[in-house]
Write a protein that binds this ligand. Structure first.
Ligand code: AMP
Length: 468
């Protein structure tokens, strides 16, 4: 079973209740409750950051449309066996990082650590094999890995992913890379893609054997953890950041020498397509990625940066997975490829490039409803609905009685006009429209208030652009 020591443990038993419910607690023991904190490794995406997320999500959606992908949303919870079979039992993601638990009915469920396995499950389950191939699907949403939290690494993080199922052509791999590169470039992040080929499962097995033989000959230098990796998943050694392994790696066999002709040709063609479009890439003979399902092309995007940490932290990655559909019970020999982008890391790059304003700014409105007295408040409440339905950005401070305080808020929200309604206006069936800059005012029929503001907006009166 994966994740025996996983994050889900039985809750500690509640202390026995010794006092009856009616026993009042002694006054001296009453303390204010400790404020609760967000769960370790998880975080709130606060209002001040939402504009960056919106920009990133819009890019994900626009590029999906531009490259012909249809949206899919799969559940966050899946059968644990989907990830054991899909991602691989001996991968870190499944062995150490899966949030798994057993239900009362004895099922083993897990929070998804990535999106590809679920999309492939859905493709098989809904017979998408009968649609014109390839099927291009995209998704975005939270993923969960019980990893050690550190900079750029969270236990709940967000990905946008793109999968192309049912096509073996290397142009598919290349276009996924081009999409990811354009995604990041469009957000002002220049990247280089690191790329490698893992060949067919046969090439990989032969290569693994060569790698095991090499590292066995260096066994004395390996840590206990690396010795275990050597037995279970030798390719993971190539991912290690351990300086000893880094040194040994320089002499280790390279997969390119073990590729068969077909894999070599496939790889060369992917590179040719990238050259054609001018996407910068770097061959990385040791790039293996941490998931078992990859075959042939694998790749990751890294920001072009002198900062060591930034240039070592992938913004996304993917590759071809020609065996996954079959291993999850779909039709044999259904080729596929996909990639995902790490939105948390992308948003943090965007934030560094364009820091948020120091002061908290309230969202901009065109018009602000200010009211005096209970009658004025009721009329304003109804008028607010009319503005909202007309699609005119409108603000209010209905819980405030003081007109000065209301006008201050109107100013902060950048309103060009304030509509003031007091008892007199209610009785006359009118409203006062104040021009906030000129200080002038006019009286109009309440029924014409929305129309009047619409007219002013259409007359091209400048309104400040919406701010972050
Ligand atoms: P992977 O398929 O595991 O390489 O994940 C694809 C991308 O998701 C990575 O390149 C990261 O940008 C992002 N990512 C993966 N794990 C995490 C994490 N724990 N926290 C934040 N981002 C992550």
């Amino acid at each position: 079973m994966p994740n025996k020591k996983g994050p889900f443990k039985k809750p500690a038993p509640k202390p026995a209740v010794t006092e009856s419910a009616s026993t009042p607690a002694p006054a001296t023991t009453k303390k204010s409750a400790q404020p609760l904190q967000v769960v370790r490794g998880m975080r709130d995406l606060l209002p001040m950051d939402q504009a960056y997320w919106k920009q990133t999500n819009a890019m994900a959606e626009n590029l999906a449309a531009a490259y012909g992908y249809e949206r899919i949303d799969t559940p966050i919870v899946e059968d644990t066996s989907l990830f054991v079979r899909g991602v691989g039992r001996a991968t870190d993601i499944v062995e150490k990082e899966l949030y798994s638990w057993e239900t009362a009915g004895g099922e083993s469920l897990s929070l998804r650590p990535e999106g590809t396995a679920s999309v492939v499950r859905s493709y098989i389950q809904h017979g998408m094999l009968n649609l014109p191939q390839p099927v291009r699907l995209w998704y975005t949403g939270p993923m969960f890995r019980h990893d050690r939290p550190q900079s750029g690494r969270f236990r709940q993080f967000y990905q946008a992913g793109y999968e192309v199922i049912g096509d073996a052509d290397p142009v598919i791999d290349a276009q996924l890379i081009i999409l990811g590169w354009n995604f990041l470039k469009g957000l002002g992040i220049e990247t280089t893609v690191r790329i490698n080929s893992l060949g067919t499962p046969e090439c990989r097995t032969n290569y693994k054997n060569a790698l095991v033989a090499y590292f066995r000959s260096k066994k004395a230098k390996l840590s206990e953890e690396d010795k275990k990796r050597l037995l279970k998943n030798p390719l993971r050694l190539l991912d290690s950041k351990d300086p000893v392994i880094l040194e040994l790696k320089a002499e280790a066999p390279q997969i390119v020498d073990w590729l068969d002709e077909e894999s070599k040709t496939h790889f060369m063609r992917v590179l040719e397509f990238l050259d054609e479009v001018g996407v910068p890439y770097q061959l990385d003979p040791y790039l293996v990625r941490g998931l078992d399902y990859y075959t042939k092309t694998v790749f990751e995007w890294y920001a072009n940066s002198d900062d060591q940490e930034l240039s070592q932290s992938a913004l996304g990655g993917g590759g071809r997975y020609d065996g996954l559909v079959e291993s999850l019970g779909g039709r044999a020999a259904t080729p596929a490829a996909g990639m995902s982008l790490g939105l948390d890391r992308i948003v943090s790059r965007l934030k560094e490039k364009n820091p948020p304003p120091q002061d908290h700014r309230m969202p901009h409105v065109d018009v602000f409803l200010a009211q005096l007295g209970e009658m004025g408040r009721k009329r304003s409440l109804a008028l607010y609905e009319e503005f909202r339905e007309a699609g005119i950005p409108v603000g209010e401070a209905f819980s405030k009685a003081n007109i000065k305080a209301q006008m201050e808020i109107a100013n902060k929200r950048g309103a060009k006009w304030a509509i003031v309604i007091g008892q007199k206006e209610v009785l006359d069936g009118t409203v006062q429209i104040r021009d906030m800059d000129a200080g002038s005012q006019e009286i109009v029929d309440v029924k014409k208030a929305v129309h009047e503001i619409k007219k002013k907006l259409a007359n091209g009166v400048d309104t400040p652009a919406a701010t972050v």
